[in-house]
Design a protein around this ligand. Structure first.
Ligand SMILES: [Fe+2]
Ligand SMILES: [Fe+2]
Length: 208
């Protein structure tokens, strides 16, 4: 798949800067430092190549902005709770937690004609900051100095929705359901993330 990672990074930064957040360039510097722009989006599934996390984040943003239009058409009262700036922050930064978990490794793999060859791939290593997934993204962003609004924080925290709840407590379940009712941004970002990862990225296609 041919994708211009440099152009994607430029677009990502332009959208983030459009939020007019004072210290957004400090956040972009932080993303660089933690490896966000070079990371894959996964090891074996969607966008498992350098820059994949960046492309996935842009896809989530594009899907979320399209869903926003439809949501507002059906429920105009939702518009104040679905501000484009908040969608930019939540969609582009929901998976910051993945920036520090991938390590490049070499593996042996049989090619199409059955010959073993060495390939460059990724493995996961959670040891740098093993603090979860959505909640880890929130912690990292707050630590970096990003002043998240409540709805942005909740949308990032719960972007995995029920997939994050299976082994967790009743408090987690209730918190998630309450967050979902509190702001439509929670459901919107979860839907956009699922559609991007499960459908749009399943064959390497990107909307950007
Ligand atoms: Fe995620
Ligand atoms: Fe994601």
């Amino acid at each position: 798949m041919q994708t211009d990672i440099t152009a994607a990074r430029e677009r990502f930064c332009t959208i983030l800067r459009s939020t007019q957040i004072d210290n957004i360039d400090d956040i972009i510097t932080y993303l660089d430092e933690v490896g966000f722009f070079a990371a894959p989006a996964s090891v074996r599934n969607h966008f498992n190549f350098a820059g994949g996390l960046l492309l996935h984040s842009l896809n989530v943003y594009d899907v979320a902005m399209r869903l926003r239009e439809d949501m507002i058409a059906m429920r105009p009262d939702c518009e104040p709770m679905l501000q484009p700036e908040s969608i930019a922050i939540a969609a582009l930064l929901h998976d910051v937690c993945k920036a520090d978990i991938y390590r490049q490794v070499k593996r042996k793999q049989k090619n199409e004609i059955g010959i073993w060859e060495e390939i460059q791939t990724y493995d996961v290593d959670y040891s740098n900051f093993p603090a979860g997934h959505g909640e880890k993204s929130v912690m990292m962003l707050l630590r970096a100095g990003l002043d998240l609004e409540d709805d942005e924080l909740l949308a990032i925290r719960w972007h995995m929705a029920p997939w994050d709840l299976a082994t967790q407590s009743i408090e987690m379940d209730r918190s998630y359901r309450t967050a979902q009712k509190k702001t439509p941004l929670v459901g919107l970002i979860h839907a956009a993330d699922s559609l991007a990862a499960q459908i749009i990225e399943s064959d390497g296609f990107t909307l950007s």
